[in-house]
Unconditional design. Structure first.
Lengths: 319, 377, 510
């Protein structure tokens, strides 16, 4: 039972930070299907740095993880500039741009991984082997029955993500920047007339979106996958978008949705083992979050309120 | 003298602007790819030539027994068929204002269904092939219609529902393949019977072994059918109206919900056909839990072809050259074949800047006109 | 000597294809109400947008308080204490009034000494005080989407006051208000003048200028025609200058000749998406040869009545009868075939497909019928000849004739195309919603003539307009709507515009 909570949380946290990335972008008025690409590219940069550092700092150094996370954020943020450029500067269709950015991320990272591997260790492999981050258990609280599992065997990145979530919640709802950002997604004309810079705000939002997604990506690479390879593009970016829609573009609600997704996944997997089913049945449980989203959207989508100006290019000249 | 200025801008603002945008995108892509290859110390000209050689468009230095340029060309067409169909699927949705980004999923479910019911049956060639096509149409169409229905009835954005469906289909078919239809050696689904394939293998033409893809015929015909529907029919006119301005279409008296469902169904039909030509003709097996990249590549084809059915024939040739010629190119110049996807990505990147290019060209020309007027004064 | 607070010298501004301002010079004194008069598209808003920093002039200079300035953004203008109320309010619907006012100028506090924080509780208090000081009562915590238009305008004015604006630009502020609200607004403007603020009023309504302005600059097609002292200039003189020719104020209207009843709306109730009753138990009827006009402040359910009659919205209860046939449950197309034409409020959003050609747009009512199509195949010959016929008949001007993409046409010509397309159906009932909003006088005259011509032909006409003048000019019968209910229905000649205005405010026994 505790395993359900432990695994659920470790899946939900990276998902949540990616979903918050998506929220930032969309709340500022830029539709973002590119999360999948952002997280992959961020993870690629992070892993590349980790592989290089592991050569000098040793395989097991935990510091590598934190440096990798920082670089994943930077990488994701830089890569996100491409989406910002297409959507904000070039006024391309934002859905198409998202698709473009994703395709390019897959192609670019797979190609560069092979290239880097030939340079670093002479193999043509498209994988960076990272290993799994060490875990720790918070004393006392973890002994609480049932929920205690949430605090057992935690990855250190989960704590970092929780801190980040709180910070980005505060930034969105309590600061000047957040206030303008949300207004940009509702009525950019209002922000412009009030002296705000719509383009800059949207750029910042998309870059934040990329940075947070990058962090999400490297966390998956360090937990679920234990490596970086093209299999990082297994749709978790899209799942994060689903969580965002499901959470009606709110940070708090999206956090709950991510927990539900995480618990559904780990719960399903444990149930599968408990019932003695072969591991191939786990595919059916992996499907659950998607089915859940579809079904719940049927009931709630009429109540959904996406940001009004999302998807529209902002044109200052247009009256 | 003035006319000479900004020739490029005039091309990008003229009657055939969209064609020139695509041409420019291709040229820029070749340039970018060329520079990349140079940086890696490879000769880009050799690389580009080997892409074409790999597709049977230029003769290779030597051929294995029984194969020749024609065999490569037939292989190329075999790959291009589903690509063209998939891009038509995107175009149909796009014209009606819908983003069908679930083409990969729709291809997978129809390919899977056809493989399981017909590919593993002992039916003889003709009925088997007809049934495969029918299944492709039905399964793809129904999946598409479901997306349209969800949008109309429950206001679920098609981008969201197609993504969700992609993964649901991927896991669901993956589950069945792994449990029932897996080939223990390859870890993919068992090969489908030759009778059910939409490609005739080992046909001897001019003394070399060729593959005759029926799919390419279907695909080209469908391109013209799609063109006819959108250019000449009431139905196409209504779909375009729905795509451009849903409110106006409703105001005119078009049953918008019905048209949304029908256009998604039509898009799904084409994706379904792409699926059966891909899985029963090109690969003949299904890798479980994997959505083909073609689902997204088809979007670049549609974009490069300026969402015109005839344009996408040319665009699918170009994109297919990179994808299909990659293996040979890789062996010739020793560059990882992933570069093909990278080139496609770059192509897509430039193509998606088309609107911006046109906008800039228009501004440049307008400024010239204004300046001339000023001078006249 | 005169102290000019704003001088704009030899301003020229061009947009691709048009010259919006051509060598315009104006000077404004401190503490006056300065009016900019001109038709739609004369370049008034563009000129003021430059003073507010939203565009930069191609030529000319702007001098504020004696110093030449270059504004790159509205921030620069705001720094010179210039504020502007735009014609389309720039408000965020799901933000509160207070949030909207401080947006862009958010007061930031340091929580725990380091965390920057926008303290909304403090802001609300501050806005409350500000609104009381200037007698512009608002509740700071109300959301914009929940308050009426007149309150939104107050929010825009408070936004300027919060930014300590000394020079205030109002762009067509009365377009959306009732006569009573207009009077109230003019009082506010007068109060601002007494406080020493300089007010620039952009308008095309001469009466308002007469009432409030000190001086008035008249613009015509981007050029400055003249600057007049309002006290000494006559209304007719100003009108002629604004249009550039003699204007006839009263369109000729022949005496009414009513026939049988065409449209009968009985106890109609309409609910919107949020299940809220926007039209409540409305009944009225229109006869042949009658113009039935619905007057009301924007958002009181009038467009929903039009939508319900045309079939765009469902009737929650009640019946709609057209020429003796119950069409309550009929589809949009069935109603159109039964004899309803509809000129919708949102012409670009609903009336046309912007990226279609003019030819395709003109065929939108006919394309599915012979001879425009046979067995589902379109016949473009018919499309072309029909388009040419309508272009000629309704004087629709465009760059490339029937092949023109509608998006590139002017608003007036887009509307002419819609009006032509709908009138050409010669249906027994024609619905006009805001048929002349934003058009220049030439186009307005033309459309008013068409409406009267159809009436004289014997069509029943449902006219919905926010322009009270238009209603008073054209209507045979007036119904006033307030909060979804028809408060009063009476022959037009028994009501003055002031009576109508009072009903529009919801006063029942005027």
């Amino acid at each position: 039972m505790t395993k359900v909570f432990t695994d659920g949380l470790s899946f939900a946290m990276p998902l949540l930070i990616m979903a918050i990335g998506a929220i930032y972008s969309e709340k500022s008025g830029v539709t973002n299907l590119a999360i999948e690409g952002f997280q992959g590219f961020g993870a690629f940069i992070g892993s590349l740095i980790a592989i290089i550092l592991m050569g000098t700092m040793g395989q097991s150094s935990q510091a590598v993880l934190y440096i990798a996370m920082a670089f994943a954020a930077v990488g994701g943020g830089i890569y996100a500039c491409l989406h910002a450029l297409l959507c904000i500067r070039f006024k391309a269709n934002q859905v198409i741009s998202g698709v473009v950015v994703n395709i390019l991320a897959v192609a670019l990272t797979s190609f560069c991984t092979s290239l880097a591997n030939t340079k670093i260790n002479g193999t043509m492999s498209n994988k960076f082997i990272l290993g799994v981050s060490t875990r720790f258990t918070i004393p006392v609280i973890s002994r609480i029955p049932w929920v205690g599992g949430l605090f057992k065997n935690m990855y250190p990145f989960e704590i970092i993500i929780i801190v980040l979530v709180i910070f980005f919640w505060y930034l969105m709802y309590k600061t000047k920047f957040g206030m303008r950002l949300r207004a940009c997604g509702e009525n950019p004309q209002a922000v412009d007339a009030a002296g705000g810079d719509v383009e800059k705000t949207r750029w910042a939002a998309v870059i934040i979106s990329g940075a947070l997604s990058g962090i999400g990506g490297i966390c998956f690479a360090y937990s679920l996958l234990a490596n970086f390879s093209p299999s990082i593009y297994m749709g978790y970016g899209y799942l994060a978008i689903a969580a965002m829609i499901f959470g009606n573009w709110g940070i708090g609600t999206t956090a709950i949705v991510c927990m539900i997704f995480g618990l559904a996944k780990s719960g399903g997997y444990q149930l599968c083992i408990f019932m003695g089913l072969p591991s191939s049945y786990s595919d059916l449980f992996l499907m659950l979050p998607y089915v859940l989203t579809m079904i719940l959207l049927i009931f709630f989508s009429k109540k959904n309120h996406p940001p009004k100006a999302a998807g529209e290019a902002w044109d200052k000249g247009k009256r | 003298m003035k006319k000479k200025r900004h020739t490029l801008a005039h091309l990008l603002d003229g009657r055939h602007a969209s064609v020139w945008v695509s041409v420019l995108a291709v040229l820029l892509t070749l340039l970018t790819a060329g520079v990349m290859l140079l940086l890696m110390g490879k000769n880009p000209l050799i690389a580009f030539r080997s892409f074409l050689q790999g597709c049977g468009m230029l003769p290779k230095a030597n051929y294995g027994g029984g194969s020749g340029m024609l065999s490569d060309l037939s292989d190329f067409l075999n790959y291009m068929a589903p690509m063209l169909l998939a891009s038509l699927a995107f175009i149909v949705g796009f014209k009606a204002g819908l983003f069908n980004i679930g083409i990969a999923g729709q291809m997978l479910i129809s390919g899977f269904t056809a493989t399981v019911f017909i590919g593993y049956s002992k039916l003889s060639a003709l009925p088997a092939r007809i049934l495969v096509v029918v299944i492709g149409i039905l399964v793809g169409g129904l999946t598409g219609a479901l997306v349209g229905f969800l949008k109309y009835q429950f206001n679920i954005h098609e981008v969201v529902s197609t993504i969700m469906l992609n993964y649901i289909i991927s896991y669901l078919t993956g589950f069945f393949i792994n449990n029932h239809y897996v080939d223990m050696m390859t870890r993919t689904s068992r090969i489908c019977s030759a009778n059910a394939r939409l490609t005739l293998t080992n046909v001897m033409i001019a003394g070399v072994k060729c593959k005759l893809p029926i799919g390419i015929l279907i695909a080209v015909i469908m391109a013209f059918v799609v063109k006819f529907i959108f250019d000449k029919t009431v139905f196409g006119f209504e779909l375009k109206a729905v795509g451009q301005n849903r409110k106006c279409a409703k105001y005119t008296g078009v049953h918008v919900g019905n048209r949304i469902i029908l256009s998604m169904a039509f898009s799904g039909v084409l994706a379904g056909l792409a699926g059966v030509t891909y899985y029963l003709g090109y690969t003949n097996t299904i890798i479980p839990k994997t959505l083909v990249g073609m689902g997204y590549d088809s979007i670049s084809v549609a974009l490069l072809g300026n969402s015109s059915p005839i344009g996408s024939i040319f665009a699918s040739i170009i994109v297919s050259i990179f994808q299909q010629g990659a293996n040979y190119m890789s062996s010739m110049v020793n560059v990882a074949k992933e570069i093909a996807s990278l080139i496609t990505g770059i192509l897509l990147l430039y193509a998606s800047c088309g609107t911006y290019m046109k906008m800039r060209a228009h501004m440049v020309i307008q400024r010239d006109i204004d300046r001339e007027e000023e001078e006249k004064k | 000597m005169d102290e000019y607070v704003v001088e704009m010298r030899h301003i020229t501004k061009r947009f691709p294809g048009i010259v919006a301002n051509d060598d315009v010079s104006i000077s404004i004194r401190k503490g006056e109400v300065y009016a900019l008069l001109g038709e739609n598209g004369a370049g008034k808003s563009t000129l003021m947008s430059m003073l507010f920093g939203m565009y930069e002039p191609d030529k000319g200079e702007i001098i504020v308080n004696g110093k030449p300035v270059v504004f790159h953004s509205s921030n620069d203008a705001a720094a010179c204490n210039i504020g502007m109320v735009h014609q389309h309010f720039k408000l965020v619907d799901n933000y509160t009034i207070a949030e909207n006012i401080v947006l862009g100028m958010e007061p930031v506090k340091k929580k725990f000494g380091f965390l920057p924080w926008v303290d909304m509780r403090e802001v609300n208090k501050e806005i409350q005080e500000l609104s009381q000081k200037y007698h512009l009562e608002v509740n700071p915590t109300d959301k914009i989407e929940d308050v009426p238009v007149s309150v939104r305008q107050r929010v825009e004015i408070l936004k300027m006051l919060y930014r300590k604006a000394e020079i205030m630009i109002f762009d067509e502020p009365t377009a959306v208000l009732t006569p009573q609200e207009i009077e109230y607004l003019l009082e506010i403007i007068d109060g601002l003048r007494k406080d020493g603020k300089t007010v620039i009023l952009i308008t095309h309504k001469i009466e308002e200028i007469k009432k409030i302005a000190d001086r008035c600059a008249i613009l015509l097609r981007g050029k400055l025609v003249d600057i007049l002292d309002v006290k000494t200039a006559s209304v007719q003189e100003m009108a002629n200058m604004m249009v550039g020719r003699e204007v006839d104020f009263n369109p000729y209207k022949s005496p009414a000749n009513f026939g049988k009843t065409i449209l009968e709306v009985d106890h109609l109730t309409v609910k919107n998406e949020n299940n809220f009753e926007v039209v409540k138990d409305v009944s009225f009827s229109i006869r042949e040869g009658e113009i039935f006009a619905i007057a009301g402040v924007s958002g009181n359910g009038q467009t929903e009545i039009a939508d319900a009659v045309a079939g765009m919205m469902k009737a929650a209860s009640g019946t709609i009868t057209l020429d003796g046939k119950d069409v309550t449950g009929a589809s949009i197309r069935e109603r159109a075939e039964a004899g309803i034409s509809y000129i919708p409020e949102d012409r670009q959003g609903t009336g046309v497909v912007m990226d279609f050609t003019l030819q395709d747009n003109l065929a939108l009512r006919e394309y599915h019928k012979e001879p425009f199509s046979k067995k589902g195949i379109l016949s473009f010959d018919k499309f072309r000849s029909y388009a040419d016929e309508l272009i000629e008949k309704y004087d629709i001007r465009s760059g490339q004739g029937r092949e023109t993409i509608v998006r590139s046409m002017s608003g007036g010509n887009q509307q002419k195309a819609i009006v032509g397309r709908e009138i050409e159906e010669h249906t027994p009932l024609i619905i006009f919603v805001q048929p002349t909003r934003g058009l220049d006088i030439g186009a307005i005259e033309m459309i008013h003539k068409q409406i009267l011509k159809e009436r004289d032909r014997g069509a029943a006409i449902l006219l919905i307009s926010l322009e009270l003048d238009e209603i008073m000019d054209l209507a045979d019968t007036i119904g006033v709507i307030y909060n979804g209910q028809l408060l009063q229905t009476a022959p037009a000649d028994t009501m003055t515009s002031h009576d109508v205005g009072r009903y529009m405010m919801g006063v029942k026994d005027a």
